[in-house]
Design a protein around this ligand. Sequence first.
Ligand code: ZN
Length: 122
Amino acid sequence: MSAVSIIAENIEDCDGQVGILSGIAYLPNEIADFIQNKVPSFKLIYSKTTSSKYYGNTCPKCGVLSGDFHLHSEPGAPFFPTTEEEARMLYLKPVPINEPVKVKAGIGFGIGEMILEHAKRI
Ligand SMILES: [Zn+2]
């Protein structure tokens, strides 16, 4: 199945650092629409693990949430590449917005740079 993650290339609250977002509780509609247009299974859904709603990756067939913890938190997980080879297995697509946006999410640091450098741009 397809899984989506968002890399923020310039986080104002964090001195312009690159970060990977997870547990995204709020996204502007223009970004959510852009992503859902390509990957409809990325949606705002309730997680029993976190007891909260966030934009997560769901199974297109049965709707079950593939939780961000499993996608982000373990080294070697899809959105936690530990080698250039793992980063190269990811695809990057820019979201066509040119203005700062506000999101509500957790942020992971230290991995985004490698993904930006090595993932395939589509
Ligand atoms: Zn399923």
